[in-house]
Structures are given as structure tokens and as C-alpha cells.
Design a protein around this ligand. Sequence first.
Ligand code: MN
Length: 432
Amino acid sequence: MSQIDETHDPARTSWVESANGHPDFPIQNLPLGVFSAGTREPRIGVAIGDMILDLKGASGAGLLDDHWKLALGLSTLNAWFTHGPDDARELRRKLSTLLSDARFRASVEPHLVRAANAERHLPCDIGDYTDFYVGIHHATNVGRQFRPDNPLLPNYKYVPIGYHGRASSVRVSGQPVVRPKGQRKPPDAEAPDYGPSRRLDYELELGIFIRRGNDLGHTIPIGEAANHIAGYCLLNDWSARDLQAWEYQPLGPFLAKNFLTSISAWVVTAEALAPFRKSMPPRPDGDPAPLPYLLDRADQHSGGLGIELAVTLQTAQMRETGLKPHVLSQGQAAAAMYWSAAQIVTHHASNGCNLQPGDLIGTGTLSTAEDTGLGSLLEISQGGKAPIILPGGETRSFLEDGDELTLFARCTAEGAVPIGFGGCTGRILPAN
Ligand code: MN
């Protein structure tokens, strides 16, 4: 588990003035990402306030450790993620010093780029993407729509459920969402037809980026799993519910999900999250304990993620009439997750499946037990039975063309400077 050190000191400020009091990127955060500015090739950077520090430039200028130069000079984070947690902590210490100590200002400042002038790219070349289903309230809510008396299947409390998604259609926040087409079969129709999805939805999730992986045939013990996690992002698993309902049996999600997955641009590192760890919520009476290979005292004690999640929706009409985005939900990740990130990673590798640096794992939809903390429209509108009414009078059961949806994540804890993830946003375009 990562520890709290001087980089988390709430008294520490940056000479990059926009960082001090910045809602997402104060000096206590220092998330990693990939950006480009002007005609330059994409490169690795660190968000600090309204600026991005170019790590290729800073490394080339001798401001960082020489043996990091190769990995930090590339255009994705994969090679950096092969470095272990010790190097991750050292890089964070070094960056925190360079950006807080005014003596380094003259040498570091030439490598800062205004974030508003930069384009974001995917942080990693994502070799594999897997989506889990650890949101027990989501699993229960969705299960209830299909099986009112028996919403959770008996394996749920033993096995972290997941499926393999499609890595090549993961895109960075801001990319448009083209409405997918597919086979739709309403329950009362005799046969399906093919056309644009009528039940396009989002899923509020966190993404986990793998640091060092495991060799094929080997496993990742639960006590070591945290060392394999580089960091976290927001993830929107866009979902066509009509396609999903018709296609999902017997092999699970397919075309309803793989047309696009959006992630936020910055990897908030495991080290940055140290002050915001929580204990895993106690399992309800009568639930089985995790099997021994998934049970670790330290993980139970601090494997929970103290991350406040929120979702907003702004329709085309709301934009035109100057109405602010409407908050669809707000809730705590820790309260939504039945399995921890470490349990997810350990389970994924428990059969000898190899995880690799830059692999992306989705948690699954993170709904809390409250009606105000639901992570999909499928749940909020009860499958379309209870449309929501938006400011301006429009109603929504699912997403319409022109709708813009944004996921937010923010961490707060007593004695810590709050940090945020930066949004994960997408606007729906009509089907091609
Ligand atoms: Mn999902």
C-alpha cells in the first residue's frame, strides 16, 4: 500500500499559482497523462493547475533521474509502468520538489505547456481491457429488472464477475459518441430489426491501470496486488440496452458495449490516493467471507477508494437556452464496491492469465444504495418506466442525440488537500 509522505503535505504549495486551490490538480495530485501541443508528437506530461509539465522535456534537460529517461521520453505510459512502485514514489517526490521549490522555477518553467492549448491522448497503448461488475447495488438493481425475486445470482458474492471488453475502441474523454446501430427486439415484438439504438445509456465506472503485470501461468497474490496498480481514471462504459437485452445470453456483453468506451485523460496515481483510502465496507450478515486467495487484512483495512463520483447531463436544448448541466447522481465509490481493486486484480490473474503494463480494468457501474447515487439511466429511469424531468421540462429515459454526459471524481479527506480526476465527457451524435 502506498504511504503518506511529504508530497501529500497540505501546507505544500506550487509556484505554478493556478495549482493552489485548483479543484483537480493541486500539487498533491500530480496525475500522469499524454498530451500534444502544436505540431509536436504526443508526449508524457503531469497536470499541475492549468498547466502541463512536459516530462520528456524535463527529463531531457536533466531535471529527472537519468534511468527514467527512456520510459519518460515515449508517447505512452506503458514503459513507465514497467517501473515498480519505488520508482513511482521517487518520481512523485521529485516532481513535487521541482514544482514547489521556487529555486527550480527557472529551469522547470520552460517545460510547462498551457493545458488549454494542448490536446489529450490515451495515456497508454491499451493491450487488453476487462470490465468487472463489482457494484453490488448496480448488480442488484439490474438483476431485479429481470428477476424480481432473485436479483443477485449465487456466484456474485464469491466471484468478482467480469468480461473481456474491446481495447481498441477505448477513447479519451471528449471523443464524440456515435449512436450505435444493432439488433433491437422489444419484448412484445416477434422478431428483431436492425437500426439505431433507442436505449443508449452510460455506466459510471472507475478504470484501473496495471503497472507491472504477471507472467502467463503465474498469479498475483492478494497481498501484492496493490503494487501492480499504477493508478485510476474515470471510465464510461457506454451501453446500448436494447442491443444488450437481446444479445447477452448466453455469452454476455458484445456489440452493446464495444462501440466505444471513454476514459478521463489523467491517470491519478495510486500514490496520490494514499490519503483517501478507506476500509472496505463490512459485508452484510450472512454473506460469505472472501475465499482465502482474495482475503488480505491490509486490503480489507485500506482497499476502499474514498472517491466521490458525480454525473451530469446537458441536452442540446439546455445548452441553447443557457441551462447548466443537470446532476444525475452523486455517491462514494467505496460505498458501491463489493470487491476492492486489489481483489479485482488478484482474481483476474488467479488462473494464470497474464496482466500487462497499460492494461485497463473497469470496476463495473458504481451505484450506491441511495436513489441519488445510481450510476446508469437504466437504474435512474427504472428501465424507462420512470423518465426523469430535466430543468427546462425535457424528459429522459435514455440518452438522445445532442446530449452531453460528464463523469466527475473528487477525493476529500480530513487533513488532506482535495484532488480531482478531470472530467470524462462525451456528446451523442446521430447514428451514421
Ligand atoms: Mn460496465
